[in-house]
Design a protein around this ligand. Structure first.
Ligand code: GLY
Length: 422
């Protein structure tokens, strides 16, 4: 099987490494990739948001399967273009990708499917902003305002704050730039990312993970695209996991089918485990980053065969997934000033170490690996338990040199020390 992966993050690096372990996969390509993926796959520089360009590359590479990593090409319909060209594609249609691309659509689907989620209102008129703010946040008995961009914002469109002025300023700046705003009630409780391979009404869950969205230790500072993740979740009772699959993901998948936009690809449920049970924070239409880096490190089943089966309507016939015992932890090394405008162009030393997955990296003409984005690397450690996996990841990340870079030191720590309960 020849597989073309679309994307350039550590998530795509992890996908490529897991695909390479599949004995049925004999050739890999990636577009646009990064300095790390170049060692795993043929690398092509195409505009991955342009369906025609991706189709042309898939034909040139004679791909049997195209796997689309990021949300932007999915929301723009690149998977539709690939399928229309007769090539199997892992990734939802443009219509189905609205589950991530339009939060108001996702809310509507959840309501119809009877799935618990935060109370919400859309604001598209600045004149309604203050009155709507009054119905949320501490003024309405919630600990904080949750202010989201209704569309795509790479994880950074969300502000959660108890400061009304900060909530108002974020909402006003989104409205000023023409983006509708979603105001939500705050969902309390530990968060879970559950990735499910879905084709129509067939749902195959992967191991649950938890990610860390704030930039600083102890969940301080602004939201980011994700600073680290671990899997599995020792504190999550198996019956809660089953309830999420049965009462959240399957009803949503069925609702998408009944609306005429069946989901085919990776459906990512982001949930809070509240005192009243699981409630959805968001759905995404693709693998999460950095959770994928941890989850795929424990996958023993052949990934290429799984994704091809989902892409060709054969998912229900697949054998149960096999996982390694133990735990995996992914820690993100970010560039100076991330999640603001990151410093780029610095030489990275130590990025060839085992467990290092590349994201914002490029190879300079003189051969040096340099930083080229905000999240630069993900370092994955595995071990018999979370403590061992954390030690493995932090051992490696401590040996990498990038001027001004930073990482969180507490990824998976509360779980390893038994401080999370539901
Ligand atoms: N881990 C957050 C995301 O992928 O959106």
């Amino acid at each position: 099987m020849r597989v073309l992966v679309i994307g350039s993050g550590a998530r795509e690096h992890a996908l490529l490494l897991a695909l390479r372990r599949d004995p049925e996969v004999d050739a890999l390509a990636v577009a646009p990739g990064n300095a790390g993926t170049a060692a795993v796959a043929e690398q092509y520089d195409v505009d991955v948001t342009a369906g025609d360009d991706v189709v042309a590359l898939a034909k040139r590479f004679a791909a049997d399967l195209v796997v689309i990593g990021p949300e932007v090409p999915l929301v723009l319909g690149v998977a539709d273009a690939v399928r229309a060209a007769g090539i199997a594609c892992f990734g939802p249609s443009r219509d189905a990708a609205r589950i991530e691309g339009a939060k108001s659509f996702a809310k509507d689907v959840m309501e119809a499917a009877g799935v618990r989620t935060a109370r919400s209102e859309i604001i598209d008129n600045p004149a309604r902003l203050d009155a709507t703010l009054d119905r949320f946040g501490p003024t309405a008995g919630d600990p904080a305002w949750v202010v989201k961009d209704d569309g795509l914002a790479a994880g950074k469109g969300v502000v959660v704050t108890a400061d009304r002025e900060a909530a108002r300023a974020h909402a006003a700046s989104l409205l000023d730039s023409g983006h509708p705003v979603l105001l939500e009630s705050f969902l309390d409780g530990p968060e879970v990312s559950l990735f499910c391979v879905v084709d129509g009404e067939t749902v195959v869950p992967l191991l649950p993970a938890q990610d860390f969205k704030r930039v600083g230790d102890g969940d301080t500072g602004p939201n980011t695209g994700g600073m680290g993740a671990y899997t599995p979740l020792p504190w999550l009772p198996p019956e809660v996991l089953t309830a999420i699959v049965e009462h959240v993901v399957k009803p949503v998948a069925a609702e998408m089918v009944s609306r005429g936009c069946p989901f085919s690809g990776l459906l990512y449920a982001g949930l809070a485990i509240t005192s009243r049970g699981p409630a959805v924070v968001e759905f995404n239409c693709r693998f999460g980053d950095p959770e994928t880096q941890a989850v795929l490190a424990l996958l023993d089943s052949p990934l290429g065969q799984l994704l091809l089966a989902a892409a060709t309507g054969d998912l229900a016939a697949q054998p149960p997934l096999q996982w390694s015992d133990g735990a995996a932890v992914a820690v993100v090394l970010a560039a100076e000033n991330y999640p603001g405008r990151p410093r780029v162009g610095d030489v990275i030393a130590g990025s060839e170490a085992p467990g290092v997955l590349h994201a914002g990296t490029a190879r300079r003409d003189d051969g040096a690996v340099v930083s080229s984005g905000g999240r630069v690397l993900s370092v994955v450690g595995t071990g018999a338990d979370l403590t061992a996996a954390r030690a493995a990841a932090y051992d490696v990340i401590g040996s990498i040199k990038l001027p001004g870079s930073h990482f969180r030191t507490d990824i998976g720590l509360d779980a390893a020390e038994g401080r999370i309960g539901v």
